[in-house]
Design a binder for this molecule. Structure first.
Ligand code: ADP
Ligand code: MG
Length: 312
């Protein structure tokens, strides 16, 4: 999945750590082998290769990822849409060729025609992309899904307290130490070493961050981020990072990408209907400020140097 994973347990359960780490590594490798778009012959590669030609059989976890993808596409009005694969490659990500100059609108429109989650059909152990040239990109959801699989598989009988982190997709059980909850920092997108604040994660909670600093391309002297607006076909501008807390990791992952596309104002009514789901958004404007959705403040402690933005 092109990233690192860590597992943490409190000192009192340290003797379980090797076993937990080995198990987690196994789960992540297994998920990667079926979901990777870079491994020829993976289930997702077979789905993409058969676009516009045939349906392919998929395993239960892959079917689960595809169904969850459609669900988050639907509830976000298509702001989250993993069929953006052709656009992601067009803009030079995922081993696509970097455009020599800023593309014109007609070129973008031509690629956009191959995008749309409504043309991803999932039914009873099979999946199909309806038209030639379509592609499924699991990048906005697979890590969160893998964290949940791992979280459920490493049960309470193994460790009572646990934090799993797969490339910034985090889920926790119990506490970091007796009487002290798990906490994670929200990075200042403009300064690698400082934080905007910290998030307290109660038992079972998850958090994920999407940042424009993660992956970028430079075209015509301008930097473009790796999250694409599926409605326009252009990389999203104006947002530096979005952090979402949720009751599970797949929701945090999908929604951090979705809120990045939607922006704070459009995200608010959607997030407010999702129990336990809150977001923090840092606009791409200096000096850094952070907007908190209602309810996010309950879990968030602002760093002394950081400022809150009141108006979404
Ligand atoms: P990260 O890759 O850093 O974990 P995200 O979870 O936000 O960050 O996922 C971004 C990835 O999702 C992109 O690299 C791309 O593969 C894919 N993607 C880009 N735009 C969208 C979108 N609008 N909806 C769903 N997936 C997207
Ligand atoms: Mg995501």
């Amino acid at each position: 999945m092109g990233t690192y994973a860590t597992v943490s347990v409190p000192a009192g359960e340290a003797r379980e750590l090797d076993r937990v780490a080995t198990a987690a590594g196994g789960h992540f490798r297994e998920m990667e082998s079926s979901l990777s778009i870079f491994k020829p012959g993976s289930e997702i590669s077979r789905l993409n290769d058969a676009a516009g030609i045939a349906a392919v059989t998929v395993s239960a976890p892959v079917e689960d990822v595809l169904r969850l993808s459609v669900h988050y596409s639907e509830i976000t009005g298509g702001a989250f849409d993993p069929t953006v694969a052709p656009l992601v490659r067009f803009w030079g990500f995922n081993k696509g060729q970097l455009p020599a100059a800023v593309p014109d609108e007609a070129e973008v429109r031509a690629i956009l025609a191959k995008v749309g989650y409504r043309n991803l059909v999932v039914s009873n152990g099979t999946a199909a992309l309806a038209t030639v040239g379509m592609g499924f990109d699991p990048g906005g959801i697979a890590k969160g899904y893998a964290v949940d699989v791992c979280f459920r598989a490493i049960g309470e009988e193994t460790v009572r307290n646990l934090m799993i982190n797969l490339g910034g997709n985090i889920r926790c059980r119990g506490e970091a130490e007796p009487g002290r909850p798990w906490c994670v920092g929200v990075r200042d997108p403009f300064s690698r070493d400082s934080v905007m604040g910290t998030i307290r994660l109660d038992d079972g909670m998850a958090v994920a961050t999407s940042g424009n600093y993660e992956k970028q391309v430079v075209i015509g002297g301008k930097r473009y981020a790796h999250i694409i607006d599926p409605l326009t076909g252009w990389p999203v501008e104006g947002v530096a990072s979005v952090t979402v807390i949720a009751t599970n990791a797949v929701e945090a992952d999908a929604m951090s990408t979705a809120v990045f596309v939607l922006g704070a104002r459009a995200a608010l009514p959607i997030i407010s209907r999702m129990p336990g789901c809150h977001f923090m958004l840092v606009p791409d404007v200096r000096p850094a400020g952070i907007y908190l959705s209602p309810g996010a403040g309950e879990h968030f402690t602002l760093a002394p140097s950081a400022t809150v933005i009141r108006d979404p």
